[in-house]
Design a protein around this ligand. Sequence first.
Ligand code: BES
Ligand code: ZN
Length: 456
Amino acid sequence: MSLDAVLSRIDTDLPAATDRLLDLLRIPSISTDPAFKDDCDTAADWLVDDLNSLGVRTEKRTTPGHPMVVGHIDGPGPHLLFYGHYDVQPVDPIDLWDNDPFDPRIEDTAKGPVIRGRGSSDDKGQLMTFIEACRAWKAVHGSLPCKLTFFLEGEEESGSPSLVPFMQAHADELKSDLALICDTGLFESKTPAIVTMLRGLLGEEITVTGPKIDLHSGMYGGIAMNPIRALSSVVAALHDDTGRVTVPGFYDGVPELPDAIEAQWQGLSFDHASFLGDVGLSTPAGEQDRTPLEMIWSRPTCEVNGIWGGYTGDGFKTVLPSAAHAKISFRLVGTQDPLAIRDNFRAMVRDMLPSDCEVTFSDHGASAASMTETDDPSFEAARQALSEEWQVPAAYVGCGGSIPIAGHFQSILGSTPMLIGFGKDDDALHSPNEKYDMESFHKGIRSWARILAALT
Ligand code: BES
Ligand code: ZN
């Protein structure tokens, strides 16, 4: 088996691979917004056709939400599953984009060429790295080196409501020796990484209501409770002066970092000054007694993702609003129980609200943290393959983001997840002007070819 021939094929096919990715990026598959439902369907169809053209028997599978794409191809050796998601985040605020988010383009920047557009990094560019590696392999060898299942989701960015029932209903079909997930990043831009710890996520939306209509703040201000004031007090009380979250029982199940992982992370010599400096900040704002890497990888957090109410249009209006709203999320670690935290958070908010305020909650998903042991020899094999491609030793790292399916692979299917991705910190995930470096795309494809060779 010649890996070199596959790598050369990847190099010569890069322009065509880029065109295919641009095609997929033109489909505005925003999963959270019902206005884009048909586009999610179109993206699923695009992937079904592309995988079928590689000889992967692929179908679009309906769910109560957006469809799953599932494909199988037989082969020798181990059975690997590949997971990625074809849905993308909304584009707001649209006026901060330099170009149409769904009219992607290749742009030359000081750091090299990038593919600019919504979903380029999260996660269409990433999922295509694996598909392109398979395409090159098939073109050179006529078949793939192992049995493969493709499992592509269209609801990841909106909390994966259909995922668990789908995995439970199709457990036998989706079980594999190893589940490869391409939805994470490199470590500090040039160092490849395998993620072994992911944080969980709990999302809560709060609406605090007060007077039954908006009021004149001259006529009622002083005697009437203002729901924005009540909500602000709650939000302000969610952290203490040392940066700890104050929800009762929040730290139950939060472990101290095992010595071995602490030593590994110290070896990474993370440059937090430049990590923060790149986004115009300078001071770590988490729990004061924790290192910067702990703050983003192994400690739980509470963030207010949005807060609104009253008059927010141009000009000024002296209103005492009837409602105030906030979207709040918690990143979870260890064995923190998302449902217990949800209950305790809701009780805390109810207890804190003054008379004349009512609160309603709506739930935006709850998933626990996950952790992968790396003692299976395939981890060392994949790490070697990555190190060869990037010419620096690949690192085992944590990830502050959440990819709930990693835990579901373990708990529902008994499959070990292996998280490898090629995104960079400056890709602007979920933000305006999202991009994926051409280097990530090209070396990402080459990395998967090397990993397939190493695992089979
Ligand atoms: N690809 C991201 C996860 C990620 C974030 C990886 C940052 C590497 C760095 C994933 O698509 C994502 O954004 N997940 C959401 C969770 C979801 C339930 C909305 C997240 O982490 O906020
Ligand atoms: Zn993603």
